[in-house]
Design a protein around this ligand. Structure first.
Ligand code: HEC
Ligand code: HEC
Length: 204
């Protein structure tokens, strides 16, 4: 698993060296992740990301059921400053490579968020489903939108956070580790499409 992420086509070349230098991911094969230790460390996260990794706070993502590698990469990006967040900065200063490995395994093992209340706007979901099909979102995020490897789970994520993420990619505020994958995908999206996509994905 440690090496497969290094070859993942969603990870840009410049980050291979970065991650190898940081060695959080490069050292994966050396020891198995410790889920119990990850759970203990995750007490640092509960205040923002919620009990069981299900966020109750606007603009803070749920982490439950995100792919292990996606979580690890995002933590490495925050730590290297490639991804910026005033909230996450002080957190990543307190965690080691081993913590990152354990947190990835623990958070990925949690039951992902179910859809929020019943869909109050099925018409908007239909538009979102059409936009997702037209833009081939599932080709990377998988048919169930559960994500895989370094590609995020989108199904059941908070709608406000999906909106923020898509706007951040579109504006260039977030460049992502997927090469230019998400920046390229988000750039041509209209605000109308973004709204429909976020609504659709949050209700999966
Ligand atoms: C003070 C609040 C706060 C704490 C504590 C916190 N986070 Fe976060 N976290 C955030 C916010 C806000 C974001 C979204 C940043 C953005 O908008 O790009 C985030 C994003 C993330 C992401 C990216 C997820 C995604 O879907 O893009 C990961 C992974 C993450 N946090 C892991 C953790 C872990 C693990 C801990 C505990 C060790 C933790 N966070 C503690 C506020 C917090
Ligand atoms: C070519 C592959 C690819 C395609 C196509 C793609 N994505 Fe992504 N997406 C990724 C990768 C890789 C990431 C993680 C990037 C990062 O590190 O920030 C991601 C991240 C995201 C995130 C951030 C999730 C989070 O929790 O932080 C959202 C939202 C998202 N994609 C939505 C979409 C939507 C909507 C579409 C279709 C319009 C789409 N993606 C198409 C590869 C893709």
């Amino acid at each position: 698993m440690g090496m497969s992420i290094m070859r993942c086509r969603f990870v840009p070349r410049t980050l291979y060296g970065l991650a190898l230098g940081l060695s959080a991911l490069a050292s994966i094969p050396a020891h198995a992740a410790d889920i119990a230790a990850g759970k203990e460390k995750a007490e640092l996260c509960v205040g923002c990301h919620g009990e069981g990794g299900i966020s109750q706070i606007e603009n803070i993502p749920s982490l439950a059921g995100q792919p292990d590698q996606f979580i690890q990469w995002q933590l490495v990006f925050f730590r290297s400053g490639t991804r910026k967040s005033d909230e996450m900065q002080p957190v990543v200063e307190q965690i080691s490579n081993e913590d990152i490995r354990n947190l990835g395994a623990y958070l990925a093992s949690l039951t992902p968020p179910g859809p929020p209340a019943p869909d109050d706007n099925p018409g908007l979901s239909r538009k979102g489903a059409e936009a997702a099909a037209g833009r081939r979102c599932a080709s990377c995020h998988t048919d169930t939108y559960a994500g895989t490897k370094a590609v995020a789970r989108l199904a059941g994520q908070r709608k406000d956070y999906l909106l923020k993420a898509l706007r951040d990619y579109k504006s260039g505020l977030r460049s992502g580790g997927g090469g230019a994958a998400m920046a390229e995908v988000a750039y041509p999206l209209s605000e109308e499409e973004i709204t429909a996509l976020a609504h659709y994905l949050a209700h999966l």
